[in-house]
Design a protein around this ligand. Structure first.
Ligand SMILES: Nc1ncnc2c1ncn2[C@@H]1O[C@H](COP(=O)(O)OP(=O)(O)OP(=O)(O)O)[C@@H](O)[C@H]1O
Ligand SMILES: [Mg+2]
Length: 329
């Protein structure tokens, strides 16, 4: 799992609006390895989707990538021409969005949507072969082949979501970026969807970026987790490190907010305060006004994301090398 397939380097993204500049993503660096599932978690509005869209240079106006690089197989996507990016989009890196009904064309049967996707990248493929490929993907997704000849409205929400994954996988990509892919699914279908992603990941050696605010979901699949807060990555580590030994006070708060069926305490711990306003944010740590461990430096200087121990990184002024989290002492 050592081959780095994608490197995000010092990426910053802004949305200029009438009252100022929204700093939606601030100096984010993140790697993805082959066959790895990376979870990107954080509260609503912390910049997850903006970061996800930027990977294929798809941030919507007025959003602007103001600095940074997205290196895919040694080449910076952000300096590629549109034609080159279009080739990568779909063929090498696929995106699956939240709502499959808005991403599938309601006027066309599913077979046509597969055909168009395949022929866009491989115009010479005979229709028969393309359909055979679509049928094989449906098999892998556990959907009957006859469904290929139906319209999106004839399928259930879970099936549509799987079809979206199928359209993403049909060109055999290296990376799939799924942004809140299960929001419209019930828990049973959601569990099936996660099993499927895990199965496909092994079968196709896929790398996955799963964007969600659902920590439970990410626990089911992610090898590594990056926690975003206010446009920045505040902590990054293996799923084990993040759940059992978090370093950043925000991660600690987030983990303790999640209801757990085995909880012996009756009351949930809540995190007072709200996520920061990203319009012209103050210069220091974006969590400082909610942090129980705040110090003077936190209000003045933005903390960089630094390696702490065993690859676990945190962006917090509390730590010098290898110190334990304050709630552990
Ligand atoms: N088109 C836009 N114009 C102006 N600001 C925007 C635009 N899109 C996003 N933003 C702002 O950028 C910030 C990050 O938004 P983003 O949608 O990336 O967050 P998110 O983590 O995906 O949230 P959610 O969990 O709700 O999907 C927010 O402050 C949001 O208000
Ligand atoms: Mg989002």
């Amino acid at each position: 799992m050592d081959e780095k397939i994608l490197e995000i380097k010092n990426l910053s993204i802004e949305y200029p609006i009438s009252i100022g500049i929204v700093q939606a993503v601030k100096d984010v660096s993140l790697d993805l390895h082959r066959g790895e599932a990376l979870g990107l978690v954080g509260e609503s509005g912390c910049g997850k989707s903006t970061l996800g869209l930027s990977i294929l240079n798809m941030v919507r106006p007025p959003g602007k990538i103001v600095s940074g690089k997205i290196v895919y197989r040694g080449k910076d996507i952000l300096s590629m021409r549109d034609r080159e990016i279009l080739k990568i989009r779909g063929q090498n890196i696929a995106m699956v969005f939240q709502n499959p009904l808005t991403s599938l064309n309601p006027l066309f049967r599913i077979d046509r949507q597969f055909l168009e996707t395949i022929q866009q990248h491989e115009p010479d493929v005979p229709k028969k072969d393309a359909l055979r490929r679509a049928e094989r993907i449906l098999d892998a997704l556990g959907i009957e082949q006859k469904r290929l000849y139906e319209y999106p409205h004839q399928l259930s929400g879970g099936m549509r979501q799987r079809i979206m994954i199928g359209l993403g996988l049909i060109m055999n990509p290296d990376i799939i970026i799924a942004d809140e892919p299960t929001t419209s699914l019930d828990v049973i279908v959601e569990a099936g969807f996660i099993d499927l992603l895990n199965k496909l990941r092994k079968e196709f050696n896929l790398s996955i970026i799963l964007i969600t605010h659902n920590l439970g979901l990410v626990a089911e699949i992610a090898d590594r987790i990056a926690v975003m807060y206010g446009g920045a990555i505040v902590e990054e580590g293996t799923a084990e490190q993040i759940y059992h030994d978090p370093l950043h006070p925000y991660t600690y708060g987030l983990i303790n907010c999640v209801p757990n069926i085995n909880m012996d305490q009756q009351e949930l711990i809540t995190m007072p305060g709200n996520p920061p306003d990203l319009v012209n944010p103050p210069p220091g740590c974006r969590f400082e006004d909610r942090c129980p461990y705040v110090m003077d430096i936190c209000k003045e200087q933005f903390p960089p994301l630094l390696s702490h121990r065993d690859g676990q990184k945190s962006a917090c002024w509390l730590y010098k090398e290898k110190e334990a989290a304050p709630w552990k002492s």
